[in-house]
Write a protein that binds this ligand. Structure first.
Ligand code: PLP
Length: 394
């Protein structure tokens, strides 16, 4: 089986698994307890916090542990909204292709009276800093723009957007779940006020992540209870998960340059190969994208059938994101870059990993070619296109 769905989740690294089991075996106390078991757990927790902070150029006090990327996104946006509401600032700027953890939180805030501006992400899937600048108003309390998109992999000009926000004195949050450990990130140099990350996207365990919030930002709480995480996130900490996340983050980000070079080569080979399939198109900018991300549309086919047939051929891929597959709506990300419904339905996301080989890529190219040809052979849309009853879009 070739696993090409690393944007959905990654396999835990042997080091992350080893770290997790070791902690479960030896550091099983409650970090809030005063006796030795508790203090050992507390030490392990604080070491993990320091290690994570060091990787992104933050202070350990600026890191809050969460149950993953979704919770971190919710908490960051809620925080900015509540700080804004207190000052009568109830306008938020974001983009049309954010993850649902962001978009659904914004929809909820809209019902609470906030005004939301969703910026265009253009055909290439990239937000323009000058459009962020133009969208900011007197009453804007937050700009939230993802670091790299989870479907089409496009990388945003985060540093420039952050600079615009600094200049206008508006909080800037970025959902960096796809970027952390895979791209060089420094919260200070990148002008980031809040950042979300998730361990299972960088070979750590599922159900654990963190929120970076710059010193001075008073976080809102989503979960009430004990005084863990300086009172900002109640509940006994997931010590094995958190320590394992720190190990995975250090390990994956230490190897990022080598991995990125390897993945970029494979990605470009795959894009080149799939681009030779007639009436196909790459989604998102060809260069400013995550090293392992390839996303294509093939006219005249259905993404779901494509996935099932690829599964038969031993390839695990995705169409749209895991959260939307299973529903018949086309991906909001592909619609946001201007793909029409018919075309957006025939999409395929392949997200390569460090273990992917050149032989895997060549096998994927041949398999996709065969499956697309086969599906088109009995597609009514394809028949109409070929008969000239419908115009080709791609
Ligand atoms: C996976 C993902 C999330 C959600 O993270 P979880 O840890 O699964 O909650 C949020 N944003 C992006 C961009 C993602 O890729």
């Amino acid at each position: 089986m070739i696993y090409a769905d690393n944007a959905a989740t990654t396999k835990m690294s042997p080091l992350a698994i080893q770290t997790m089991t070791e902690v479960m075996n030896t550091v099983w106390g409650n970090p809030s307890s005063l006796y030795v078991h508790g203090q050992e757990a507390k030490e392990a927790l604080e070491q993990a916090r320091a290690d994570i902070a060091a990787v992104i150029g933050a202070n350990p006090r600026e890191i809050t542990f969460t149950s993953g990327g979704s919770e971190a996104d919710n908490q960051a946006i809620r925080t900015a909204a509540e700080l804004g509401r207190a000052k009568g600032k109830m306008h938020i700027v974001s983009t049309a292709f954010e993850h649902h953890a962001v978009l659904h939180t914004l929809e909820k805030l809209k019902k609470e009276g906030f005004e939301i501006t969703l910026l265009d992400v253009h055909e290439n899937g990239i937000v323009l800093p000058e459009e962020v600048d133009a969208a900011i108003r007197e009453d804007t309390c937050l700009v939230t723009v993802m670091y790299a998109n989870n479907e089409i992999g496009t990388i945003q000009p985060i540093r420039e957007i952050g600079a615009v926000c600094r200049k206008k004195n508006v909080l800037f949050h970025t959902d960096a779940v796809q970027a952390v450990a895979h791209l060089p990130i420094h919260v200070g140099e990148d002008n980031i006020d809040m950042l979300s990350a998730s361990a299972h996207k960088f070979h750590g365990p599922k159900g654990v992540g963190f929120l970076y919030a710059k010193k001075g930002i008073r976080l809102s709480t989503l979960i009430e209870g004990g005084a863990q995480e300086r009172g900002k996130r109640a509940g006994t900490e997931n010590v094995p998960g958190i320590v394992s996340m720190a190990a995975a983050l250090k390990e994956t980000s230490a190897a990022f340059e080598k991995d990125a070079a390897h993945l970029t080569k494979l990605r470009d080979r795959l894009i080149e190969g799939l681009g030779r399939i007639p009436h196909s198109a790459l989604n998102g900018d060809a260069r400013r994208r995550l090293p392992g991300n390839v996303n294509f549309c093939f006219e005249g086919i259905e993404g779901e059938s494509l996935l099932l047939l690829l599964d038969d051929k031993g390839i695990a891929a995705s169409s749209g994101s895991a959260c939307t597959s299973g529903s018949l709506d086309p991906s909001h990300v592909l619609l946001a870059i201007g793909r029409v419904h018919d075309v957006a339905h025939g999409s395929l996301r392949l997200s390569l990993g460090e273990e992917t080989t050149e032989a895997d890529v060549d096998y994927i190219i041949e398999a996709v070619k065969d499956v697309v040809t086969y599906l088109r052979s009995f597609s009514p849309i394809w028949r109409d296109l070929m008969a000239g009853k419908k115009e080709f879009i791609l």
